[in-house]
Design a protein around this ligand. Structure first.
Ligand SMILES: Cc1ncc(COP(=O)(O)O)c(C=O)c1O
Length: 493
């Protein structure tokens, strides 16, 4: 479809919070459009003089695509200089530091935005015309902004039954009702979601219908599972029917790995590197953006897992009309994403080019595949399969262990059939033995009505582990301690 045939996004201002409706663009900020205009003597806004920013240039040294030897071991590097003044730029796509470190440009620096737009076009085919990108200080802030834009105190958001705890904490602190959506190994179960929405007033009497559906589709935190592409159209149609905004939080999107297969059936090395860029792009799960004929999907992206979390740089993809509202909020909150982060990340990405960045992402897949394989191989080696199951995770940084509490000899006696008590006890035993995993219950979304379990009340307790930055030897040690502890506690030795 050529872009002139594409539709426009719908207007969703009826879903805005009171705060978002009250917020008006600041007149002084509108003057920024003239700041760079050579025809205008700009006396309008209080900008510190960039010629006395105490920085003339910055040098960056980064691995060079195609990252021969692997991301961590690549010795071929490229060096670039980021200059303060436009006239001194050694690379024409750099953001001059005088601009990057100045007020203004709160949507993001154009050199970075242009790269990100092209990158988005490469990976997602958005069916409407007027989509855009705005930079943020990472997905945590993007989510917080989303809550403020769409929700008033007392409103409701849907989240996966197990989810990133800080997303729940942010919503609860704003006085919102967090309602869990049932999920399985393939993510949100659409039939159950439909059932919940159809019977809402019976299940949650007095609680408003949800405005936002928050999902971590790929390599979900904490479960590690990935929402099946087949389920997405059904979920999108529910968002349309019940007029919800879908917020897809995708920090783990590029940590999609080769499928796990047991050690003895595995080829000597992962073949991800050998895949063409087109095959790599096709192998990734699809974004809700691709189904979004209305403009009701807000995608949160971040460099925290593809570069480094301390960059505090992310971006939101959505309809221009929605992003204008984020922009208005940003102008009076974060103002803009840090200029250092933008100029450095933009400098790296533009030097690598789209192909080089895809090489980087393919390299990430390879690194994570090796880490995941090592971890799961040793889970299977050390953990007692009579009581523990380990789903074969295919994206993200986390693996889950499901432990059958009912098989604990004292589950009904000492622990009175309460899996939360046993979970805590096992957690403490593990820490005392020298290995720490997070308790699954820490990530569980509690129903707003008097703590009643509405979703999945069984005897499985879960623990979350990560393989992302655990050295191989430490992983072996940790999992063998865990195996011994579980065998001892479940009287399997
Ligand atoms: C689902 C999810 N969203 C957001 C974040 C934080 O992202 P950022 O560093 O971009 O704020 C995390 C964890 O780090 C996460 O698991």
């Amino acid at each position: 479809m050529t872009s002139d045939k594409l539709i426009h996004a719908r207007n969703f201002s009826h879903l805005f919070s009171d705060e978002a409706r009250r917020r008006k663009p600041s007149p002084i900020k509108t003057t920024m459009a003239y700041f760079q205009d050579p025809e205008v003597v700009f006396l309008g806004a209080g900008m510190p003089p960039s010629e006395i920013f105490p920085l003339k240039a910055m040098s960056i040294e980064v691995p060079r695509p195609p990252f021969v030897g692997g991301l961590a071991r690549c010795e071929d590097t490229m060096v670039g200089t980021l200059s303060r003044e436009q006239k001194d730029l050694t690379f024409d796509k750099d953001v001059p530091l005088a601009r990057a470190l100045q007020y203004g440009n709160s949507r993001g620096q154009s050199e970075l935005l242009n790269f990100l737009k092209e990158h988005t076009r490469l990976f997602h085919h958005i069916p409407y015309k007027d989509w855009d990108i705005i930079t943020t200080t990472g997905s945590t802030q993007s989510w917080d902004a989303s809550l403020r834009i769409f929700c008033n105190k007392g409103d409701t958001v849907l989240l996966e039954e197990y989810t990133y705890s800080s997303s729940v904490e942010a919503a609860e602190a704003q006085g919102l009702n967090c309602v869990p959506m049932a999920m399985d190994d393939e993510g949100i179960i659409p039939e159950k979601l439909e059932n919940l929405l159809e019977n809402w007033t019976g299940v949650y009497p007095g609680t408003p219908m949800p405005k936002l559906l928050y999902t971590i589709p790929t390599g979900q935190n904490p479960t590690g599972c990935t929402l099946s592409d087949n389920r997405k159209p059904y979920i999108y149609s529910l968002a349309q029917k019940y007029d919800m905004i879908i917020i897809e939080d995708e920090p783990y999107y590029f940590l999609q790995m080769d499928p796990y297969c047991p050690q003895d059936q595995r080829e000597a090395a992962t073949n991800a590197e050998a895949k063409s860029n087109e095959a790599f792009i096709r192998s990734l799960s699809r974004s809700f953006l691709e189904l979004d004929i209305d403009g009701r999907v807000v995608r949160l992206d971040s460099v925290s897992k593809t570069f480094a979390p301390g960059c505090r740089l992310g971006w939101i993809v959505g309809s221009r009309h929605l992003l204008d509202t984020y922009w208005n909020l940003h102008e009076v909150s974060i103002q803009s994403t840090c200029g250092f982060a933008q100029s450095i990340i933009s400098g790296i990405l533009n030097r690598w080019g789209q192909c080089g960045y895809v090489d980087w992402l393919k390299g990430l897949r390879q690194e994570y595949t090796l880490k995941r394989n090592w971890c799961l191989d040793h889970c299977h080696k050390y953990l007692p399969s009579k009581v523990v199951t380990v789903p074969p995770v295919s994206a993200g940084m986390f693996f889950m262990l499901h432990v059958d509490a009912s098989k604990h000899p004292e589950f009904q006696t000492t622990f009175q059939g309460n899996k939360a008590l046993l979970e805590r006890y096992i957690y403490e035993k593990c820490v005392a033995a020298g290995v720490l995993l997070a308790c699954g219950s820490w990530f569980k979304v509690k129903s707003p009505t008097s703590g009643v379990e509405k979703v999945n009340d069984n005897t499985t307790m879960s623990f979350r582990g990560t393989y992302a930055s655990v050295p191989p030897d430490a992983m072996v040690k940790g999992l063998s301690i865990l195996g011994e502890t579980l065998k001892k506690e479940f009287k399997l030795i």
